[in-house]
Design a protein around this ligand. Structure first.
Ligand SMILES: *Cc1c(COP(=O)(O)O)cnc(C)c1O
Length: 407
């Protein structure tokens, strides 16, 4: 049985355009940059009219033909994808927007959108014969790998910063993963992992294999469908390694080629990071093609404590191509935003979602987001594992961010 489906034709380097066959597992390009899965979209366009979706599952396997896994394989699934796009009409009115929606990834298995990416990566690794997989994680990726590996009957090795919030470590261990605490940041955890990695471990680090991005791109497909096959004017996305950002942009490329959305009507993509760790906003502002590593990264939004990312070039390209921007928000604004977003949604939001909310208020205040625009903010996870950040937000006695005083 083949590992991959017939329309998945090859892997292409996102930096040097070198190609590799789709039938063999491959991590990075020889040049050290991320690879992207490419499909025969013309063939998929002929084979799958948009109407074929009616009656399909609402998990991310709805997009089966646009995912790499062989059609002959029953995927390992925990019900990932198909998350709500929550409308917040009162806040939209207060901010002068014609629509404001939150794509709420808190409902994913293991409580974050990491489920989408690790679902695809574990399925493909298994199809290519993996018995064990590993990654460094700042938090949620470790739990998601642990969960999918458990279900797939695969060993999981997770390397996290020693000060990673406790709940993430316990979750991964409870799900059977081997967890190693490493002093420093996710980049140090990655370094340790590469030192101790055993032959046969599949490396599922962010953007160091092409399939987590394939899982995360389904957020772009869902946004298009949930918006009636039109996309918003602006998307705010809290960015760490950047898989979601580049994944969604890839989805929009594919959707145009499939003829499912009109060409040339893309959202402006906004990367939100923290003032305590903002390599992408810094590189964006300076016009650089690549980001330089951030020293002394600090924030309670664990998923955004990523001092250096192998996908920096790709992210910056997407931000610029889309006419978007990158901004860093203060820690206090993120904590406020977490409470405000939670109370707006009735869902305990992740601090990363709170950062995106703070970014929204700031860009509205600056006028970068204009009156009448349609905006989607990503709540990338649930707040349940972030006891420390939620405690800090409540202890600071911060009022929820006053959306009505922005304009
Ligand atoms: C990992 C993570 C992020 C950052 O996601 P990337 O796709 O790596 O940029 C944001 N929010 C949460 C909750 C995360 O777990």
């Amino acid at each position: 049985m083949s590992a991959v489906q017939p329309h998945f034709t090859h892997l292409e380097c996102t930096a040097c355009a070198r190609t590799y066959p789709s039938g063999a597992w491959r991590g990075l390009c020889d040049c050290g940059r991320p690879l992207a899965a490419r499909y025969d979209l013309a063939a998929i366009r002929r084979a799958v009219p948009r109407e074929a979706l009616a009656g399909r599952t609402h998990t991310l396997w709805r997009w089966r033909e646009m995912l790499p896994l062989s059609f002959e394989r029953d995927p390992v699934t925990l019900g990932e994808g198909g998350t709500p796009l929550a409308a917040l009409p009162d806040f939209a009115a207060r901010l002068g927007l014609s629509a404001l929606h939150v794509k709420d990834e808190s409902l994913e298995p293991t409580g974050s959108f990491k489920a989408r990416g690790l679902c695809l990566a574990v399925n493909l690794a298994q199809a290519f014969g993996a018995r064990a997989a590993c990654l460094p994680s700042a938090g949620n990726a470790g739990g998601a790998l642990a969960a999918y590996a458990a279900r797939a009957g695969m060993a999981a090795h997770v390397f996290v910063p020693a000060d990673c919030p406790r709940a993430f470590v316990l979750e991964a261990e409870a799900l059977g993963a081997h967890v190693t605490l490493v002093p420093g940041y996710i980049t140090d955890a990655g370094r340790r992992m590469r030192e101790v990695m055993e032959p046969g471990w599949f490396d599922l680090s962010t953007l160091k294999e092409p399939f987590r991005a394939e899982g995360k791109k389904t957020m772009g497909y869902e946004l298009a469908e949930q918006g009636g096959w039109t996309l918003p004017d602006v998307i705010l996305y809290p960015t760490g390694g950047g898989t979601g950002l580049v994944g969604m942009w890839k989805a929009f490329d594919e959707l145009e080629s499939l003829g499912w959305i009109p060409p040339g009507r893309r959202p402006r993509m906004v990367s939100v990071q923290m003032e305590g760790c903002a390599p992408i906003p810094r590189a964006f502002a300076s016009g650089a093609a690549e980001a330089t590593p951030w020293t002394d990264a600090r924030t309670l939004a664990a998923g955004l404590r990523v001092p250096a990312a192998v996908g920096d070039r790709w992210m910056l390209e997407v931000l610029r191509q889309s006419g978007g921007t990158a901004l860093a928000v203060p820690e206090e604004a993120m904590l406020r935003g977490t409470l405000a977003l939670s109370r707006a949604l009735g869902i305990l939001a992740a601090p990363e979602g709170g950062a995106a909310w703070a970014g929204l208020l700031e860009l509205v205040r600056r006028g970068w987001i204009a009156r009448g625009e349609r905006v989607v903010v990503f709540n990338t996870g649930s707040g349940h594992k972030y006891v420390e950040a939620i405690e800090a937000a409540l202890a600071a006695g911060l009022p929820a961010a006053p959306a009505d005083r922005v304009r």
